[in-house]
Ligand binder design. Structure first.
Ligand code: PMV
Length: 313
């Protein structure tokens, strides 16, 4: 029973989730290749309450955003899709706090969906299984892009560092516990592009250019080769692999001049590796450095707004 529910007369369901940064393997993961994700703690918090409104609603007060489940926009459709999945028949209202920069590849959309589903599940007290909740997370994500690999909502739901492999029968997920830590520095290099547009663009290339499928397979092989280095905390090797991963993403057409420039700044400032993260076209670059090395953070903070740091362990 949630703390809030026991404290007052009005039932309140609560839910939390993480953000994520993809260390390697984005886009290729959609096609079944492995990818490595690192959860960012404290992504989103949600509270759900029953309401007397005609339609259920979802609001992020700090963004001045409120939608209703019978609306036309994507967020409304996503809310409707989770209510449908969770078979909720009464109106409710979900309030969210989001602690992530939005739409820049750090998993804000999945974080909102997972926190909202958990809060609604808590409110309804139906003790749904993880698989049922997972289907609702997936339904939320599918509204924003038709073919999500599931890595974003998996990171939002479980956090930590893990390798993810999409499979028709259900994803294979393995936690990674590196022998020693490293520092990740995320920089917002440009406004984010739509994940759907970027994923569709890669699909079109796969259909028309044989090289694109080869590049995706090369990313998959690179991730596979790099996994032992992540586990061993051999960050110099991981950094090199991140640089190669960025070059392959560029070849796939998902980078942009602002992302390439931020990658160059980070490498010149001593990053072990730097690459775009998420669907690209804009958004964030993820940079790797040794734990305790603050030089990179200082240089990036002086050049960019929106620098976020986390220990990879
Ligand atoms: O842009 P984001 O943070 O939503 O990243 C999506 C990651 C992709 O691999 C491009 C798509 C997916 O579903 O895995």
């Amino acid at each position: 029973m949630s703390e809030e529910r026991s404290a007052g007369a009005e039932p309140v369901g609560v839910g939390r989730s993480c953000g994520k940064v993809l260390l390697m393997g984005e886009h290729a993961v959609v096609y079944g290749h492995p990818a490595i994700a690192v959860g960012l703690d404290d992504g989103a918090h949600a509270k759900a309450r029953w309401s007397s409104g005609r339609s259920s609603e979802l609001a992020v007060a700090s963004w001045g955003l409120a939608v209703e489940a019978d609306g036309e926009d994507l967020l409304s459709q996503a809310l409707a899709s989770i209510l449908e999945r969770l078979a909720v028949r009464r109106s409710l209202s979900v309030e969210l706090e989001v602690h992530l920069p939005v739409g820049v590849g750090l998993g804000s959309s999945a974080a909102i969906g997972v926190a909202a589903v958990r809060a609604i599940d808590d409110l309804t007290r139906e003790r749904r299984s993880e698989a049922e909740l997972g289907a609702a997370y997936q339904a939320w994500e599918a509204v924003f892009h038709g073919n999500p690999s599931g890595i974003d909502h998996t990171a939002a739901a479980r956090g930590g560092t893990f390798v993810y492999r999409r499979r028709p029968e259900g994803a294979l997920i393995e936690a990674i516990a590196p022998e020693r830590g490293a520092r990740l520095v995320m920089v917002v290099a440009a406004p984010g592009a739509s994940t759907k547009t970027m994923v569709d663009g890669v699909r079109q290339r796969v259909q028309t250019e044989p090289q694109a499928a080869k590049d995706l397979a090369s990313i998959g092989a690179l991730v596979e080769e790099t996994l032992p280095f992540v586990a061993a905390g051999d960050w110099a090797r991981v950094g090199e692999a991140m640089n190669t991963n960025h070059a392959l993403l560029r070849a796939l057409g998902v980078s942009c001049p602002a992302l390439d420039a931020a990658v160059d700044v980070a490498r010149s400032a001593g990053a072990l590796g730097a690459k775009l993260t998420g669907s690209g076209g804009g958004g964030c670059v993820v940079c790797l450095t040794h734990q305790g090395d603050e030089h990179l953070e200082r240089v990036l903070n002086a050049r960019f707004e929106g620098v976020l740091c986390r220990t990879l362990n």
